[in-house]
Ligand binder design. Structure first.
Ligand code: UD1
Ligand code: CA
Length: 458
């Protein structure tokens, strides 16, 4: 049997108090809706995916412009979850089952949904429920004397007794498509919110003798709905905890699992170690025995075996060679390739740089648009002057060069292998191989010199 997934994403999310539509609010670096789409795509049997948008529809659609597998439907006015599904109705396949998901329920796992699909008979109405210690804000499940589901009551429509029920509707329903047109046409907005509630379909199913199957989620936190910034942060923490737990089970060591944030994908080899407050973004790959120090941020990086990233370094779009040492307080910008056993120390910034094997830039440097050979020593305060105000220019430094402290290399410039550049030089022309090159104004001393004195007049 085919499945049509309908994701409800038309609401504004007023309680978020944000200019960004709710389903575009980021969780682990990705919009909420991207998480729900990921789950829908992971369902077995390749479901067709419909998204109902309304508030800021263009912004939502353009955030997913690359996803050409989605069927978009526009709900002009947000008249309720039942009305939202009505907008997808003409595009649904009569023979399929319709799985309704909410764009603001991002943590649900595909495995859980698969079990829900398996457990619900083909012509039944299925809904996911959960027992919550704090059921506030959710629709309550009203059961009969034999435990059968009689209906769902929205909190605002609950009696005082019903409000004490702990079993809630998690907002995930499975519906036989061929009954939907009839059921949705019967909806009435006669409730506290004046909306067409999808949840009223449960009562219609019962009156049409269609079985209603409640599926209790073993871990109802998975269906946490994000309605305000408090719940968004709760969802983020849960998601991070689950991610880090699965990394730990795969062998990752970290000092504090609650203080490692992954906003992307992390691959790692054996015996890697991560200290607290590290953030990993995009795609990051660590070899074996890599160590990441406290407060480091790694975005789209590859770090080879035995390399060490010392505290508070920021690395973006970079490749770090084996046993290299970066930081503390280094800024490695896009296009940096740091060779094996090379060192980049504190307050050094690199950008579009190849730093050869065993080369060192240990303190206070800017190295941009440069190719630096192996065994090179870059002294403290060395700067590649790569920008003339209009264009960027390259610096090339051969193997085994020694660049003295506080040297400016005014690009384009080439430094021959084995050269030594004296400290404090401003290099504007090619430096020959070997030997010593320096550009310095001669040192002067003025004996018996007296500085200006402050006069005493008031
Ligand atoms: C809904 C359920 C409630 C359940 C809860 C679980 C209904 C009537 N209530 O309540 O039983 O406990 O989810 O999280 O279904 N949306 C639209 N168009 C609309 C209205 C809503 O697309 O006209 C979308 C929203 O963007 C959101 C989802 O539907 O993604 C749920 O809407 P929301 O207003 O958050 O419903 P809840 O009050 O949370
Ligand atoms: Ca909600």
């Amino acid at each position: 049997m085919t499945t049509d997934v309908v994701i409800l994403a038309a609401g504004k999310g007023t309680r978020m108090r944000s200019a960004l539509p709710k389903v575009l609010q980021p969780l682990a670096g990705k919009p909420l809706l991207a998480h729900v789409l990921g789950t829908a795509r992971a369902l077995p049997g390749g479901a067709r995916i419909h998204v109902v948008v309304g508030f800021a529809a263009d912004a939502v659609r353009s955030s997913f412009a690359q996803d050409d597998d989605l069927l978009w439907h526009q709900q002009a006015q947000q008249l309720g979850t039942g009305d939202a599904v009505r907008h997808a109705l003409p595009a649904l396949q009569d023979a399929s089952r319709v799985l309704v998901l909410c764009g603001d329920v991002p943590l649900l796992r595909a495995e859980t949904l698969s079990r829900f699909l398996e457990n619900t008979p083909a012509d039944a109405l299925g809904l996911c429920t959960g027992n919550l210690a704090e059921p506030e804000g959710y629709g309550r499940i009203v059961r009969g004397p034999d435990g059968e589901v009689l209906g769902i009551r929205e909190e605002r429509d609950c009696s005082a007794d019903e409000r004490t029920l702990r079993e809630v509707n998690l907002g995930i329903m499975l519906l036989p498509a061929h009954r939907l047109a009839d059921w949705l046409a019967r909806l009435q907005a006669s409730n506290a919110q004046g909306e067409y509630y999808l949840t009223d379909l449960v009562a219609f199913a019962r009156s049409d003798a269609v079985a209603v199957h409640g599926f209790r989620l073993p871990q109802p936190e998975e269906a946490l709905g994000v309605n305000d910034p408090v719940q968004l942060a709760m969802a983020e923490r849960l998601y991070q905890r689950w991610q880090v737990e699965s990394l730990q089970r795969a062998g990752l060591r970290c000092a504090d699992p609650a203080r490692l944030d992954l906003r992307g994908e992390l691959q790692f080899g054996a015996d890697c170690w991560i200290d607290p407050n590290v953030i990993i973004e995009g795609k990051v790959r660590l070899g074996d025995r890599v160590r990441i120090g406290a407060g480091a941020i790694l975005r789209d990086c590859e770090i080879a075996d035995d390399a060490e990233i010392l505290p508070y370094s920021l690395l973006e779009d970079a490749r770090i060679g084996s046993a290299a040492r970066i930081g503390p307080f280094a800024r490695i910008r896009p296009g940096s390739e740091i060779g094996a056993r090379a060192h980049v120390g504190n307050f050094v910034e690199t950008k579009k740089v190849v730093l050869g094997e065993g080369s060192k830039a240990n303190h206070l440097s800017y190295l941009g648009d440069a190719e630096i050979g192996s065994g090179v020593n870059i002294g403290a305060g060395v700067i590649t002057c790569n920008y003339d105000g209009v264009h960027k220019h390259r610096t090339q430094i051969g193997d085994d060069v020694f660049v003295g402290s506080d040297t400016q290399l005014v690009a384009p410039v080439v430094v021959g292998a084995g050269a030594t550049i004296g400290a404090g030089s401003t290099i504007t022309r090619a430096v020959p191989e070997g030997g010593l090159t320096l550009s310095r104004s001669p040192q002067k001393s003025v004996p018996h010199w007296q500085g200006p004195k402050k006069s005493c007049t008031p």
